[in-house]
Design a protein around this ligand. Structure first.
Ligand SMILES: Nc1nc(=O)c2c([nH]1)NC[C@@H]1CN(c3ccc(C(=O)N[C@@H](CCC(=O)O)C(=O)O)cc3)CN21
Ligand SMILES: O=c1ccn([C@H]2C[C@H](O)[C@@H](COP(=O)(O)O)O2)c(=O)[nH]1
Length: 280
């Protein structure tokens, strides 16, 4: 009986992360060849959706080893409202270095827009605090949207937001979250983005006293860079492994009090890392 349940869960999970490989396969074999801002060239498709039932487990890619530490620290950095890479560098996370100026600044990117959106009338809007308040007091709301896409400040950002908007939804005590990602680097960025928003869903659910539901990933321009094609083929030859599980060791009582050490991933058995250059 337990063996059967385990097998069913593994099959469910294989379907879980198989969705990522399906997107990769679609771009590789049916994508349009495009030139892009970075001068690298891509194969891209427009419009794609994946759905991860977070009760089955945590959607961390097993067909290539991922550095979960960078993902957790980056999310905590967004939640701090921080937009300077110094805090990341002090924690040995270098994924934003290429885009920072000589002072480490990225301009008013995610952290700024999430925690301190400046309105035309001078108000400062903490979208994350307001979201948690609404999740607690009016979970049926259809307006639980957080946007990093601030057209008035795009010119000052080192990179326009890729994961630019998300919406929350509560039914039967379960929190679901859908992300709209306008531009998606399938090989490097997307595995990070899926894990990051799955983690955010767990954190928001904990703060609002809810269970987790689905994380829905919706992509706009979904592309494989031309210097990631061999790596993609290698990954497509691999089969997803069993589902890892996330444990949050304590409830720190506030969205602002999480620490890296609060998160533990269990049963993460991944195939070897595959290196790929990032397009700047
Ligand atoms: N072209 C491009 N793709 C991205 O995914 C991306 C950007 N640019 N610019 C902004 C951020 C930075 N992000 C990044 C940047 C680098 C890696 C990267 O090099 N990942 C390696 C090692 C990661 C580590 O050091 O932990 C990987 O193999 O996943 C991933 C995401 C996501 N974003
Ligand atoms: O979280 C992220 C951040 C960035 N990306 C990728 C998507 C694109 O390949 C580049 C951004 O270039 P644009 O010309 O601004 O679209 O970075 C990602 O996948 N995930």
């Amino acid at each position: 009986m337990f063996r059967l349940l385990g097998a069913a869960r593994a099959r469910g999970y294989a379907a879980h992360m198989q969705q990522y490989l399906d997107l990769m396969d679609r771009a590789l074999n049916h994508g349009a060849e495009q030139m892009d801002r970075t001068g690298t060239g891509t194969r891209s498709v427009f419009g794609h959706q994946m759905r991860f039932d977070l009760r089955q487990g945590f959607p961390l890619l097993t067909t290539k080893k991922l550095h979960l530490r960078s993902i957790i620290i980056e999310l905590l950095w967004f939640l701090r409202g921080d937009t300077n890479v110094q805090w990341l560098q002090e924690r040995k996370v270098s994924i934003w270095d290429e885009w920072a100026d000589e002072n480490g600044d990225l301009g008013p990117v995610y952290g700024k827009q999430w925690r301190d959106w400046e309105a035309a009338d001078g108000r400062h809007i903490d979208q994350i605090r307001e979201l948690i308040e609404t999740l607690k007091t009016n979970p049926g709301s259809r307006r639980m949207v957080v946007s990093a896409w601030n057209p008035g400040e795009l010119h000052a950002m080192a990179l326009a937001p890729c994961h630019c908007l998300f919406q929350c939804y509560v039914a039967n005590g379960k929190l679901s979250l859908q992300l709209y990602q306008r531009s998606a680097d399938i090989f490097l960025g997307v595995p990070f983005n899926i894990a990051s928003y799955a983690l955010l869903t767990h954190i928001l659910a904990q703060q609002a006293g809810l269970e987790v539901g689905d994380f829905v990933w919706t992509g706009g321009d979904c592309h494989l860079y031309s210097n990631h094609l061999d790596q993609a083929r290698e990954q497509l030859n691999r089969t997803p492994g069993p589902i890892p599980q996330l444990e949050i060791l304590r409830n720190p009582g506030s969205i602002d009090a999480y620490e890296y050490e609060d998160f533990v991933i269990h049963d993460y058995v991944a195939q070897p890392h595959i290196k790929a250059p990032v397009a700047v």
